[in-house]
Design a protein around this ligand. Structure first.
Ligand SMILES: [Ca+2]
Ligand SMILES: [Ca+2]
Ligand SMILES: [Ca+2]
Length: 634
């Protein structure tokens, strides 16, 4: 058991297995992991049935679980088929049938293996075997890869075109596009400069997320708001094999990754796999690789002729009429795209992907990518390749969770948590009981390493939700109206510091959206992507950046904050205290969102605040307005 506990604490894989044991191990001990034995594994088995007229429901019945001949598993529509996934004990022989419309029993049309059911009919028969068994709950799984524990990551989103211009020779705007939607000159040479300047290290950042590296179109396109846009954001790839020339050459990108590694930084690329730009030659070369824009006579643009949230339509709809949507039910298309993603990682040495719009692609793409990552990238690098996805859902945790697992994503961005943090800590709605109640259900919800955040490139700048008169949590304002200003008073910055304190003292990879560390202003896209402000910071802006830097250092020096278990200590309307403990150390966190001092309870008798160095005596502690404490017992 001792070796089990030790391994539990040191491994990302442990987190993926849902191992919540706080552990007595040491993150740097290098103790050999304990892989689960075959008897402790399950195989993820996929069952599919073709969509057919007159079939309203499909249920899987069989001997895969006690009572499953009487009450089975419902298949859901996924693309052009019904689909269900089952975790079966490895090696188990499964006898099953499909039950259509609750009355018609049929065998699996895709499985030739059958045997008599003893009643004059036949059952389909299948053995639960697979390439990648999953360890049963509570068991440390294999493979275990690498020395870097992704739970300890602090991620910074570098929006390349808007970050730092290191090479003016590659600047080229597109005609007929207004400044906010046009290329603005940022590039990979600029990112290298900032790595070498130590900017990321100064914030405690140890991983970068870079915008899509593939070559985007140089054409302009109309946005949903009627304004013309360029491909500065990276989501309009027209040549998947080439680097974006506004950002630099492949050699520059490789140098960026090498420089990052030399400075202790991991690099994730944004990878856009849902669609290409209409300029992409693949569209005319392989029309069958893309969904038709016509769907039963309707124009299948998401939100127009097709539904953003229909299980089938959301996967085949085009984001706009000039972004052909990959059909990954076509195996050649899927193989080409997965090959391309793997090639980008191999050619550059990248450490992971941020995957765009995952609920809009066929899940098989993710499964294939993970297999290739395990087979090709990880053995070569010796490190785990981290993949975090984006499913923009503020409330649907089950949908977000469905893509997280050992055979798919490591984690996703925690949009529901973002909503709760913004509502309680920044907008000051509801009470801290609301945040505490949410966390009680969220702490162990996802079987992976999620990324926590308060700002990103698709929502208005988070500083506005922290103003005395706050914007709505998901309110984009008027992106083309009068640009909102950086607040000229300290309170919003202090509230942001409280929210960042929460992110940096709980589990999940905290994400800093470039510029949020200085409270940059902006309405929704594209005003939330203004060029990074490097000079002329106000006093509150500089103060916030210093606070984020302190938080990064504290998280690095106190692993209990990212690998520990959270325990609520005291909750009032405005104040919230919890402890993070990994069995070696306990760190106490107290947050006061209120505009007056507020007390927390159950603090250590004598403690030092890691943010200020001041010492305090508990168990009761008064926290000043809009402040946080991170305490260790003395
Ligand atoms: Ca440039
Ligand atoms: Ca280009
Ligand atoms: Ca799609």
């Amino acid at each position: 058991m001792a070796s089990h506990v030790s391994a539990c604490a040191i491994l990302l894989a442990a987190a993926l297995a849902g191992c919540t044991d706080p552990g007595l191990g040491d993150a740097t001990s290098g103790a050999a992991p304990r892989a689960c034995v075959p008897a402790e594994t399950t195989c993820p088995l996929v069952f599919v049935y073709p969509l057919a007229g007159g079939v309203e429901s499909v249920e899987l019945r069989g001997d895969f679980a006690p009572g499953a001949w009487e009450a089975g598993v419902s298949l859901q529509i996924d693309g052009t088929e019904w689909r269900a996934e089952l975790a079966a004990p490895t090696g188990k022989v499964i006898r099953y049938k499909f039950l259509l419309n609750g009355k018609d029993w049929v065998t699996d049309p895709k499985n030739p293996h059958k045997e008599s059911d003893g009643l004059g009919g036949e059952n389909s028969v299948r053995v639960a075997d697979c390439d990648h068994e999953v360890c049963a709950a509570g068991v440390v799984p294999e493979p275990v890869v690498g020395t870097f524990d992704w739970r300890s990551a602090v991620l910074y989103f570098v929006f390349v075109d808007r970050f730092q211009n290191g090479d003016p020779t590659n600047d080229a705007a597109v005609g007929g596009v207004e400044g906010p939607a046009n290329w603005q000159g940022g590039d990979w040479a600029g990112v290298i400069q900032k790595i070498e300047d130590g900017y990321f290290a100064s914030l405690g950042v140890n991983a970068l997320w870079l915008t899509v590296p593939m070559n985007n179109t140089n054409a302009a396109g109309a946005g949903h708001d009627g304004h013309q846009y360029s491909g500065y954001h990276g989501y309009w790839p027209s040549d998947l094999g080439a680097p974006e020339e506004h950002f630099g050459s492949l050699a520059t990108l490789k140098k960026l990754v090498d420089t990052a590694h030399a400075h202790g930084l991991k690099v994730l690329f944004d990878y856009a796999m849902n669609h290409v730009h209409a300029d992409n030659p693949l569209v005319s070369q392989h029309p069958d690789w893309f969904w038709s824009l016509d769907y039963d006579g309707k124009t299948c643009v998401c939100g127009v002729g097709c539904d953003w949230n229909d299980g089938y339509q959301q996967r085949r709809c085009w984001f706009t009429s000039y972004l052909p949507d990959w059909n990954f039910q076509n195996e050649a298309a899927r193989a080409f795209s997965v090959d391309n993603a793997i090639a980008w990682a191999k050619d550059t040495g990248a450490d992971g992907f941020r995957l765009d719009a995952v609920k809009h692609i066929e899940t098989e793409w993710l499964l294939d990518l993970r297999k290739r990552v395990r087979a090709e990238l990880e053995p070569a690098s010796g490190e785990h390749f981290y993949m975090v996805g984006e499913t923009f859902e503020s409330g649907n945790r089950d949908l977000i969770k469905a893509y997280v697992g050992q055979d798919r994503l490591d984690g996703q961005f925690d949009f529901p948590l973002r909503g709760r943090v913004v509502e309680t800590l920044l907008r000051r709605t509801g009470t801290m009981h609301d945040l505490d109640g949410f966390l009680a259900t969220n702490d162990a919800y996802y079987p992976g390493v999620m990324s926590t955040f308060i700002g990103n490139h698709d929502i208005s700048r988070v500083i506005h939700t922290a103003e005395d008169k706050p914007w709505g949590a998901w309110d984009n304002g008027d992106p083309w109206g009068a640009p909102p200003l950086v607040p000229d008073y300290a309170a919003p910055f202090e509230r942001l510091a409280v929210a960042f304190t929460f992110l940096f003292t709980t589990k999940g990879v905290p994400l800093i959206y470039y510029g949020d560390e200085i409270g940059m202003a902006g309405a929704g896209d594209p005003d939330n992507r203004r060029f990074m402000q490097w000079t002329g910071l106000s006093e509150p802006q500089s103060w916030l950046r210093e606070e984020v830097a302190k938080l990064g250092a504290i998280r690095r020096d106190h692993p209990a904050l990212w690998r520990g278990t959270r325990t609520t200590l005291s909750v009032t309307n405005d104040a919230y205290a919890y402890a993070m403990s990994d069995g070696r150390e306990t760190v106490y966190v107290a947050l006061n969102r209120g505009d007056v001092p507020s007390a927390v309870d159950k603090m250590p008798k004598k403690a030092q605040d890691l943010l200020t160095g001041a010492t305090f005596e508990g168990p009761q502690l008064t926290i000043p307005a809009r402040r946080a404490r991170i305490l260790v017992a003395e």
